[in-house]
Ligand binder design. Sequence first.
Ligand code: G4P
Ligand code: NA
Ligand code: NA
Length: 194
Amino acid sequence: MKQLQEKIRTDGKVLSDSVLKVDSFLNHQIDPVLMQAIGEEVASKFADEGITKILTLESSGIAPAVMTGLVLGVPVVFARKRKSLTLISDLYTASVHSFTKNETNDISVSKDYIKSDDVVLILDDFLANGQAVLGLIDIIEQADAALSGVAIVIEKGFQNGGKMIRDRGVRVESLAIISSLANGKVEFIGEVSA
Ligand code: G4P
Ligand code: NA
Ligand code: NA
């Protein structure tokens, strides 16, 4: 997605060879016009899939997920990272290990909001090692719902999450795939380095 790549180039900050900071439009401040374009792009890719629900993870997945849900006309559910007041028996839960933060957290979704007749699209802001997506897939499987695919705003193609999820036979559509952050420079897959 050209508009997204240009935004990453102009406003993204390369913190290291493996971390891209996008606080100015996605992870802290949010650019609604860009989020709307992202929603339209994701919705067009999955328009014929009979999706009934979008599943994301708080907090940064919510903005692009809501925009996609608006275009597709379906509800958006975000998995919670914090303990909720709901009885544990009323929740689907999964453990998500972050290699980046070196910690494991439980995520949860109320059983009220994903049902066995749902066709679910997972959407998240970043795909790095794929652990968050695996946790969301686990929850969809517990609910006995159907997984349509995974939409990602920014995939770090040099980390293994994308390959791991695709190797499971899951359709993964990333709007921008970064091949390298070396030397403070963002390179996207499909581009020839200058
Ligand atoms: P994984 O799910 O793909 O295995 O990711 P990982 O544990 O490596 O990432 C942990 C958190 O860091 C996630 O956000 C993820 O979106 C984010 N993240 C990973 N790599 C990058 C990066 O290069 N840049 C930025 N900006 N974020 C990255 P989170 O903790 O769930 O936070 P939230 O932003 O959704 O609240
Ligand atoms: Na994030
Ligand atoms: Na995220």
